[in-house]
Design a binder for this molecule. Sequence first.
Ligand code: PMP
Length: 352
Amino acid sequence: MSRFVSDKLNEISPYIPGEQPQDKKYIKLNTNENPYFTSERAVGAITKEDLLGLKRYSDPECTPLKKTIANYYGVGQNNVLITNGSDEALAFCFQAYGRCGACYADITYGFYDVFAHMYDCPAEHIPLEDDFTIDITKYFAKGKTVVIANPNAQTGIALDVGDIEKIVQHNADNIVIIDQAYVDFFGQNAIPLIKKYNNLVVVNTFSKSRSLAGARVGYIVADEHLIVDLNKVKYSFHPYNVNTISMLLAKNAMEDEDYFTQCVSKIIAAREEMSEELKKLGFTVLPSSANFVLARTDKMGGKQLYEKLKENGILVRHFSDRRIDDFVRITVGTDEETKILIKTIKNILESK
Ligand code: PMP
């Protein structure tokens, strides 16, 4: 880094995204993307006029998409804020509500620590139980911002929406952020709770269940007063935060419900199939409600399995956090990809 950089930036360990190799073709099961293409109907609905319209700045309010999301969930447009991926939504939340401190699980989405550092939020890590579940009572009356990924990142384990509601009730004087990046593979959405609780912020994305990771669109649903706070952050940072084409793609994708439900059910079925096959090979597989599974075998360390799979053209993710460093995280791919994965793992373990 240069000598001009601030001490804080100098100290920060930035988020390390999963590999996005451009050189070689891998079976890519490392960053929890959707294996299926973006809805063709959504892409086909983009017109030449939309493209020519790029001479203008994008609508800072993303009005068409905001309307679509509000209708979809039966909330008001003033309960919705559109962001550049849900990472930006989370960044806005940490900026608006993190100064009083933030708490989250010791094993969860790695970006929370980066945001906490970046935006001067004292962070508390609440250990998951031995079986990687969350004991909700550890999240009661925290007096600081509570952040929960549900289903949780890295483990895939989800809390029932009834438990989420209890956490929200027991934190009436502070904000609870529920990061729902993987919620559609679980099926219990916390968004309806925003009508009852004015301390709940729900963060969602188009990156996973709606196959739009590269378009970078996320959104926040919350009480209208919270949306005013978060808009203040947005308009102090980047008013035109979402580009016109991504906004239209997301709107069109949300209107293609048939394609969405088909993709999601295929992925849920493949997740169950992959978990069963891994168990047959002797793996311990955490019960996932997301589009990935965290799995380990006694026969080989997590890092070694990751490396062997990479040599065989399959990318999965390995994390060096102590509690999960003997696991690999595998994104659910197509049925064909799952078959190749299982066959390759079998070969690797047999040739050991
Ligand atoms: N939350 C969680 C739990 C995630 O795993 C991810 C994806 N890495 C995100 C948020 C951010 O996703 P995006 O910015 O693509 O919406």
